[in-house]
Design a protein around this ligand. Structure first.
Ligand code: AMP
Length: 279
């Protein structure tokens, strides 16, 4: 495995290996969720490039850019173990040099959910992902459904801007107790780590009620909210039932309905989601 930290060197590598690269974009502090994307990437292309870049432009002013966990040496070990061939770890000053002025913006889909609670977030995400696609020139890129809206927004961008690559969405990887894996879990205190289970339990409560035949969103939402509200330390950013394609609100749920939530525990904001009809 090699580590490339210069944008120009990465671009040259991408050019030389055109058609052979699967890209897994990450912000590092890798866990088994990231590793699952890397393992699948290796099945889809001979060369796996994992980018590790805590992208400053997708963080709001009062968000956790400075406290986001970072450990490149640890990441190298995990990436090598997951079959990564190249780590691309650019500096922010190389990705956004002085005079930088260009942005990619997906409209509509980004009005909802995390787009509403984190203004400017998706503009940063789509811009950096478009840049990574231009630099690495992958034939396929893999993203987790943990960030369901991000995946939808990136698919929209790739379609709308005629980007020549395949986008693959991968299932959410969870800890044994149900907590969705996230780099931000490392920032939870021991007490908060226990309380964080309210997210996956909330999804489970809604799904159970749906499986019993309830389709009224009002009722399903009440069941999901009750689980979070029983945890006084948890502050709800949003908890919404949405059409999984448009992300628009719904009155009645079906098997394809997305339940997405964002919850704060202390300083840490966690997200999770499920499709009601999927296990
Ligand atoms: P991040 O480093 O958090 O930006 O995530 C990088 C990629 O890994 C994104 O496509 C995420 O959706 C994906 N990812 C993060 N956590 C998980 C998880 N628990 N299961 C599956 N994919 C994940």
């Amino acid at each position: 495995m090699i580590v490339i930290d210069s944008v120009l060197a990465m671009q040259q590598f991408g050019r030389e290996h055109k058609g052979q690269i699967a890209l897994v974009p990450t912000m590092g502090y890798l866990h088994d969720g990231h590793a699952s994307l890397m393992v699948e990437a290796k099945k889809r292309a001979p060369i796996v490039v994992a980018s590790i870049f805590v992208n400053p432009t997708q963080f709001g002013v009062n968000e956790d850019l400075d406290s986001y966990p970072r450990d490149l040496e640890r990441d190298k070990r995990i990436a090598a173990g997951a079959g990564v061939d190249v780590i691309f770890a650019p500096k922010a000053s190389d990705m956004y040099p002085a005079g930088y002025q260009s942005w990619v913006n997906v409209e509509g889909l980004t009005d909802h959910l995390c787009g509403a609670s984190r203004p400017g977030h998706f503009r940063g995400v789509t811009t950096v992902v478009a840049k990574l696609f231009n630099v690495v020139a992958p034939k396929v890129a893999l993203f987790g459904k943990k960030d369901f809206q991000q995946l939808a927004v990136i698919r929209r961008m790739v379609t709308d801007l005629n980007m020549d690559l395949e986008v693959v969405g991968m299932p959410i990887v969870r800890e044994a107790d149900g907590l969705a894996m996230s780099s931000r879990n490392a920032r939870l205190s021991v007490e908060e780590r226990v309380k964080a289970l309210c997210l996956s339990r909330s999804l489970a409560a809604a799904r159970l009620l749906f499986e019993s035949g309830e389709t009224r969103v009002e009722r399903l939402k009440a069941a999901a909210l009750a689980v979070i509200e029983a945890e006084p330390a948890a502050r709800i950013d949003y908890l919404e039932f949405r059409d999984q394609d448009s992300l628009e609100p719904l009155a009645a749920a079906d098997k394809r309905t997305l339940l997405a939530l964002a919850v704060r525990l202390g300083e840490v904001r966690l997200i999770d989601n499920c499709i009601l009809g999927e296990a």
